[in-house]
Design a protein around this ligand. Structure first.
Ligand code: 13P
Length: 266
């Protein structure tokens, strides 16, 4: 199984100039490392919607994939949905994946179970892979509700399969789960590797329980992953990679995380 290291750029960088500077650094480092210790790790970046076409264009021919951070819930293609970008438009702009259900979308845009089920259906209909984010808040963690919260969030996938059982066969190649405790995002606080490992094991077992075709799902950890702690997460066989926020905005730290996972996979 290959590792995945995905950079969620969120609402960064501020200008096209800075996007290009980040890509310059990333592409020159990736081409230098090609065939060496970056092998065994699939890299992906998720820029803001406004930058997806330009970023995807520059990544063409490289080993780095591009993703959206979100898609419209209302239509997979076109319609009167001011401010939205559809899965078809994202795919046309050159991205092959989308993040869905990030905690910042759940918090600031009130994304619900039904909304995420719609988005997931639209993404897969347009052949976009989905990085589906789940995770508990600090209060839920303190109340030891992590697994119960995750079970509710994962039920989107159960319902997706109930609507379209034929999806199961392809889902292991087109769906990645990112476990991101909300309290670890951007805070410098991280759960222990043992805690993440146990949660990932639960996620993998739950997905297999939905359908036996989902017995080999990729589950990433996200939340304050950096060049210093990446090795400890990479060393655990339940952690298949990382979804990285802040540390993905510098090529050096992003690639250091990728190399940690590459080394662990070797
Ligand atoms: P940080 O790596 O900045 O904590 O962000 C994690 C995240 O939210 C990635 O989606």
């Amino acid at each position: 199984m290959q590792a995945w290291v995905i950079g969620n750029w969120k609402q960064n960088p501020a200008t096209s100039h800075d996007v290009n500077a980040l890509l310059d650094d990333l592409l020159s480092a990736v081409s230098e490392k090609q065939g060496s210790d970056a092998a065994g790790c699939q890299l992906m970046v998720a820029p803001s919607c406004i930058h997806i076409a330009a970023v995807s264009d520059r990544l063409k021919g490289s080993s780095v994939l591009s993703a959206a951070q979100d898609i419209s819930a209302y239509s997979a293609s076109t319609g009167a949905y001011t401010g939205d970008c559809s899965a078809q438009q994202i795919a046309d702009a050159g991205a092959t994946w989308t993040i869905l259900g990030h905690s910042e979308r759940r918090q600031y845009h009130q994304e619900s179970h039904d909304c995420l089920l719609q988005k997931m259906t639209h993404a897969l209909a347009q052949n976009l892979g989905v990085v589906f984010c789940i995770g508990e808040t600090q209060a839920q963690y303190d109340a030891k509700e992590t697994l119960a919260v995750i079970d509710v969030q994962l039920s989107v996938i159960k319902d997706l399969l109930a609507q379209n059982p034929k999806l199961a066969k392809d889902l292991s190649a087109r769906l990645i789960i990112a476990y991101e405790p909300v309290w670890a995002i951007g805070t410098g606080k991280v759960p222990t590797v043992a805690e993440v490992s146990a949660t990932h094991q639960h996620i993998k077992q739950t997905l297999t329980g939905f359908n036996s075709e989902l017995d080999n799902m990729t589950v990433l950890y996200g939340g304050s992953v950096n060049a210093d702690n990446a090795d400890s997460f990479a060393a655990d066989s339940m952690i298949d990679g990382a979804l990285v926020g802040g540390a993905s905005l510098k090529a050096e730290s992003f690639l250091a995380i990728a190399h940690a996972f590459s080394r662990a996979m070797a």
